[in-house]
Design a protein around this ligand. Structure first.
Ligand code: SF4
Length: 347
């Protein structure tokens, strides 16, 4: 989550109509400036339109999700023509999703267009065969298949990214997922950047084992995770400590899933305050009485909503060089966050 990281954009999948391409059923698009102007600063997009890709053409007859009853399971749907129930593209959309899996192995997030029977991620309207809308519990068939293929991949809807809190959360998840594959499960398996000294070589000869890399990653992300969910973070720590019966690969899959689950809950001010207090505790022995009081007061002002997070992080980073301890220097919580990078303030 460093500024340096942004020099190398992260590959992210996206519904093609959000890029401004005229691929919708009516020949239009749904251009998202947040995606193409703001988030494009750090994302390298892989745009896909599943309906065009399966040969439906532009323009095309509209389709929607068909279910037998209200509240039917999410996979008990068909994607059929609004005016012609015999047009059923359910399997072609699923097959197309399966066919792009190799291409999407490299992406570290996916942004889907809302309200689409192919791409919608949340609350897609579902219909009975008489054409009556019955509930809004659907997931687009293409999006659903990718959820199954990539269970931990950060996903979000275009419209929800207009909300700065949800946008920050998505960015945090994408940065973390990307870091995981660079540092833990990637081909290079490099230790987290924050844990590597400037002069420390990154030769493959002295790479730590997979389990050691998992532990290093968890250690570096510990306070960030605590800011999102304290109980689940402690449970993850116990899982790693007691993981002797698991293979390295099983442990990596389990830890990756738990980390992405913890981060899926936006950080609360209360939990962030707790994580900031922990961070301050590591520095207190290097501060004089006045500095300790200043830091404590600033964290309290943040807790009350009177000061932004960036103010606390700036002061913590100012004091950070005084500590010789690697643990606190490694904390990703103290690195530049999306809001500070200007990615959550869009006008
Ligand atoms: S929502 Fe998906 S299927 Fe529909 S036009 Fe956009 S990219 Fe294509």
């Amino acid at each position: 989550m460093s500024r340096q990281r942004l020099q190398q954009k992260i590959p992210v999948g996206i519904s093609q109509c959000a890029m401004g391409d005229p691929v919708r059923f009516n020949g239009g698009h749904k251009h998202s400036k947040v995606c193409t102007e703001l988030l494009a600063q750090c994302f390298d997009y892989v745009p896909l339109c599943p309906e065009v890709a399966i040969g439906m053409g532009v323009p095309r007859k509209p389709i929607h999700l068909l279910v037998g009853r209200a509240g039917a399971p999410v996979d008990a749907v068909q994607v059929v023509g609004v005016d012609d129930l015999t047009v059923d593209v359910t399997q072609p959309l699923r097959d197309y999703a399966d066919s792009v899996v190799p291409e999407l192995e490299q992406v570290r997030g996916y942004i889907f267009m809302q309200n689409s029977p192919s791409c919608g991620l949340y609350g897609v309207r579902r219909y009975l065969d008489n054409g009556h809308g019955i509930d809004s519990e659907g997931v687009g068939v293409f999006a659903r298949r990718l959820q199954q293929q990539f269970p931990h991949l950060p996903m979000e809807e275009v419209g929800r990214l207009n909300n700065s809190e949800l946008r920050e959360n998505f960015l945090t998840r994408v940065f973390t997922y990307d870091a995981w594959f660079r540092c833990v499960e990637g081909q290079g398996g490099q230790p987290p950047e924050s844990l590597r000294g400037e002069d420390e070589p990154s030769s493959r000869d002295n790479l730590p084992t997979l389990t050691a890399r998992i532990i290093e990653f968890y250690t570096a992300y510990k306070y960030l995770l605590l800011a999102h969910h304290q109980e689940k973070t402690r449970a993850l720590g116990r899982l790693i400590a007691d993981a002797k019966s698991m293979s390295d690969d099983e442990l990596a899959f389990a830890v990756r899933g738990r980390i992405m689950d913890i981060l899926s809950r936006p950080a609360s001010r209360k939990d962030r305050t707790n994580a900031l207090m922990h961070s301050a505790g590591h520095l207190s022995e290097f501060l004089d009485k006045r500095e300790k009081a200043e830091l404590k007061e600033l964290i309290e002002e943040y807790r009350l909503g009177h000061k932004p997070l960036s103010a606390v992080l700036t002061l913590l980073r100012h004091f950070l060089p005084r500590s010789p301890h690697r643990f606190i220097h490694s904390q990703v919580l103290l690195a530049a966050e999306p809001a500070e990078l200007g990615l959550c303030d869009f006008h």
